[in-house]
Design a protein around this ligand. Structure first.
Ligand SMILES: [Zn+2]
Length: 276
């Protein structure tokens, strides 16, 4: 649940072929947007005028974030999105409910419907550097700089972190969230709470390889079947561990998969294969 690296890369590519070069006519905030403003995740209520009449220069994927750059130096940051970001060719395609609707000068538009939350913030380049999350995004697993040496350094700096938390450290490994982390930990047979410092050399190695393999495979498949792209089309990556897995037998050992809330989100794991 939530748009992670594979979905974000795909959507950013689609944004570059649909809305790049378009000028924003208006930004309409739906009534449910107030909750995002209250959470401090959206500043469009105060700053939307800064992008109205602005033209989109490019969309860049950064971990779990999309940076939309405007011709007036402003950036629209879309990050940690849980929900749907959709492109509409005309008014007849508009959803009934949306949190935000960005309307372009050619009658096309972009809507965001949140099913939990998401950041939608306008910043200038200086404010981006200071941004608590978007200002400090690390290397993603598909990047050529995400090397074994880099990963070993991340492990050594974060030995006290449970592996689930380590894989979600956006300043070090950007783009993975609970969806892909559950699958990676299952494949490597690691308990989500196992401390990074306690991994054997062979486990460190397998973890690195699996992070890259699962990320690359999901990127190629354009994200999870449970998320949709800019045109409402789901991805083709079938999750290994999700809520449907709970109480089902582990494909390796037959033990029943359990669900546990760990570090603020649901972990699904095999208590036999993934011992702490
Ligand atoms: Zn098992």
């Amino acid at each position: 649940m939530g748009l992670e690296l594979p979905e974000i890369l795909n959507i950013s590519k689609q944004l570059n072929s649909t809305v790049k070069g378009k000028t924003i006519n208006d930004v309409a905030l739906g009534s449910r947007c107030a909750s995002l403003v209250k959470l401090g995740m959206c500043n469009l209520d105060k700053r939307k005028d800064e992008i109205i009449n602005g033209t989109i220069n490019s969309a860049q994927a950064k971990g779990k974030w999309i940076f939309l750059e405007f011709n007036n130096d402003r950036l629209l940051l879309l990050g940690e999105l849980i929900g749907k970001l959709l492109y509409h060719r005309n008014d007849s395609e508009l959803p009934k409910n949306y949190h935000v609707l960005f309307e372009f000068d050619d009658n096309t538009s972009l809507s965001f419907q949140s099913s939990l939350y998401g950041f939608l913030e306008i910043v200038d380049p200086e404010q981006l550097k200071m941004h608590k999350y978007a200002g400090n995004i690390g290397i993603s697993p598909h990047d050529k700089n995400f090397t074994w040496l880099y990963f070993k350094d991340v492990l050594s700096r974060n030995g006290n972190q449970p592996v689930k938390a380590l894989l979600g450290l956006q300043s070090d490994i950007s783009g993975l969230g609970n969806v892909y982390i559950n699958d990676i930990l299952y494949e490597v047979k690691l308990h989500p709470k196992k401390k990074a410092a306690e991994l054997k050399k062979s486990e460190q190695n397998k973890l690195y390889k699996t992070i890259v393999e699962i990320s690359m495979s999901a990127i190629e498949l354009k994200g999870s079947t449970q998320e949709v792209d800019l045109f409402g089309k789901p991805g083709k990556y079938i999750r290994i561990m999700d809520k449907e897995s709970t109480n089902k037998e582990c494909k390796r050992c037959g033990t029943r998969i359990i669900k546990m809330n760990i570090l603020g989100s649901s972990s699904y794991f095999c208590p036999n294969c993934q011992k702490i």
